[in-house]
Design a protein around this ligand. Structure first.
Ligand SMILES: Nc1ncnc2c1ncn2[C@@H]1O[C@H](COP(=O)(O)OP(=O)(O)O)[C@@H](O)[C@H]1O
Ligand SMILES: [Mg+2]
Length: 204
């Protein structure tokens, strides 16, 4: 009889520091005796990683983008996330359905009720136990992304107005659901952020 694991998701604008901190988060949980699976969206399974390639690089409309995100998520939840949670592992996932609401909903105008319905059909009864939203101003994020020197994907290349819509949507979701969603100031030092993360990783 194994206890269900918890689902922890990392969210926030591009360049805010999700990928940078995901292993730190996993290690903290391991220190507390949890078995931890680290994964990402879109992606996490062979099919979903193929869909990721498409959705991050291929020009397409917002609806196609939304449906591909959920197609990838359906496979990811079925093949990886649910089995891991049922085995008692904690799952730390870089982006989940909040990202679709922020990017395709607030960012690109896909109706929120459609996104909500797709989320319910894709992962009925499954909601993150904790969502860490990394927040960061546009200038900081841009400077960081440019400094990487790598080719930016379709979302990272979007303009400031898009970035601000996505950022605001995340902040609004955080205000609406303060129990689940915790805001992390991603613009400060790594040491600061790690302290803040530790404070937001306790569960009773
Ligand atoms: N707190 C920080 N201070 C300085 N640089 C950072 C910080 N957090 C992330 N970075 C750098 O910014 C870039 C984007 O971070 P990343 O974690 O990939 O963002 P995200 O996954 O949220 O898009 C990376 O090159 C990373 O090293
Ligand atoms: Mg990342």
């Amino acid at each position: 009889m194994s206890e269900l694991g918890k689902l922890i998701t990392l969210e926030g604008v591009d360049g805010a520091g999700k990928s940078t901190h995901i292993e730190f988060i996993a290690q903290r949980l391991r220190t507390h005796g949890r078995t931890v699976l680290v994964t990402r969206e879109p992606g996490g399974t062979p099919l979903a990683e193929k869909l990721r390639e498409l959705v991050l690089n291929e020009p397409m409309g917002a609806l196609a983008e939304t449906l591909l995100m959920f197609a990838a998520r359906a496979d990811h939840v079925r093949q990886l996330i649910r089995p891991a949670l049922e085995a008692g592992s904690w799952v730390v996932c870089d982006r989940f359905s909040d990202a679709t609401a922020a990017y395709q909903g607030a960012g690109k105008g896909v109706p929120m009720d459609l996104i909500q319905q797709l989320a319910e059909a894709t992962h009925p009864g499954l909601r993150p136990d904790r969502t860490l939203v990394f927040d960061c101003p546009y200038e900081v994020a841009q400077q960081r992304l440019n400094a990487t020197g790598r080719r930016l994907d379709r979302f990272e290349r979007e303009d400031r107005q898009f970035f601000e819509r996505v950022r605001e949507a995340y902040l609004a979701r955080g205000i609406a659901e303060p129990g689940r969603i915790r805001l992390i100031d991603g613009s400060t030092s790594l040491a600061n952020i790690q302290r803040n993360l530790e404070d937001n990783l306790s569960f009773n």
